[in-house]
Design a protein around this ligand. Structure first.
Ligand code: SF4
Ligand code: SF4
Length: 314
């Protein structure tokens, strides 16, 4: 199993750089030439690039873990806005996947707070839910965060009468609120109870409410439509981690790409297949045939004792 220490944001910046700016790279670390730093990929010396001395590990396009000087990381440019028609297609060559490590969850709810904030949800509405779980009377309780499972066989998509909810080629299931008629068939069909209905106006600031709806950011939410976890499709398009992954102080959430066979929580990176095999990963309600894109690692050797503050408060 490969574990690599990188800074939280750098992994995806680096991964994107590996995929775009460094296409064709194999390995290398970069060395200081006479007039600057030698690019580890092209061998050329750029007089304007000075070594920072800070090395970062990233996944090359050949699937190798390589180390490069941070000075070679290029900022991700602002991408032009994606239309909702383009958003329906998804990102070619990707299959996004999430792994939730139940042994690390302490119910801090930072994931939930950052998700609510990023998606401008109505106060009291949550797309991420964290449930206290206990499998039997004599077994230990634990916390279980839940998101949309981004099923590969999504019952919600099959029942939508107006094609408002859809599955993309990269595995993400999204909702087009402009098409949604609020019939809630999808809510009834989802076995994971992940969808929520906007019974009330979300009470957004005028500037946000006036924005054209984006299928990828799911903002602005609208009264009379359904919302749910969107795997932060706008962030993944930019090569960044979903908000819940970045916000969790305990590294519970891992996100990545099954095609690259790599997942990260921003601090640790694993081969997805190794992680799932070595830690006995599983999916919820496997017998239903929904084929979720979210995997769980069992709550063994837990990092924190289970304390239910809400129960204690009465
Ligand atoms: S509530 Fe909206 S997304 Fe859900 S099934 Fe009805 S139209 Fe489709
Ligand atoms: S978890 Fe529910 S809402 Fe999400 S894709 Fe699966 S069936 Fe649809």
């Amino acid at each position: 199993m490969n574990t690599n220490e990188t800074s939280r944001r750098d992994f995806f910046a680096a991964a994107l750089a590996a995929g775009a700016a460094f296409t064709g790279c194999t390995s290398g670390s970069g060395s200081a030439g006479k007039g600057g730093l030698q690019d580890p990929f092209t061998g050329e010396t750029d007089p304007l690039v000075r070594p920072s001395g800070e090395m970062v590990k990233l996944l090359s396009v050949d699937g190798e873990i390589i180390e490069v000087d941070k000075a070679f990381l290029k900022p991700v440019p602002d991408l032009p806005p994606v239309s909702n028609t383009e958003a329906r297609l998804g990102i070619p060559g990707k299959k996004f996947v999430m792994v939730i490590d139940l042994s690390r969850c302490k119910n801090t709810k930072r994931c939930q707070a950052s998700c609510n904030h990023a998606h401008e949800l109505h106060p009291g509405q949550n797309w991420i839910k964290i449930y206290p779980m206990q499998d039997a009377d004599h077994t230990a309780p634990y916390w279980e965060p839940t998101t949309c499972m981004h099923c590969d066989e999504p019952p919600c998509v099959k029942v939508c009468p107006v094609d408002a909810t859809f599955k993309r080629q990269d595995g993400i299931v999204l909702i087009d609120s402009d098409r949604c008629i609020g019939c809630r068939f999808c809510m009834a069909a989802c076995p994971y109870s992940t969808r929520v209905f906007n019974w009330e106006d979300p009470g957004l600031p005028e500037a946000v409410a006036k924005q054209p709806y984006s299928c990828e950011s799911s903002v602005p939410q609208k009264k009379g439509t359904v919302g749910k976890c969107d795997f932060c499709a706008d962030m993944t398009r930019k090569g960044m981690l979903p908000h819940c992954v970045s916000a969790c102080p305990n590294g519970v959430f891992f996100f990545g790409d099954m095609v690259e066979d790599s997942v990260t929580n921003g601090a640790e990176t694993f081969r997805f297949s190794d992680l799932i095999r070595d830690k006995a990963g599983y999916r919820l309600m496997e017998d239903l045939g929904t084929k979720p894109s979210v995997y769980y690692l069992p709550p063994v050797n837990r990092n924190f004792p289970f304390v239910n503050e809400e129960e204690k408060a009465g």
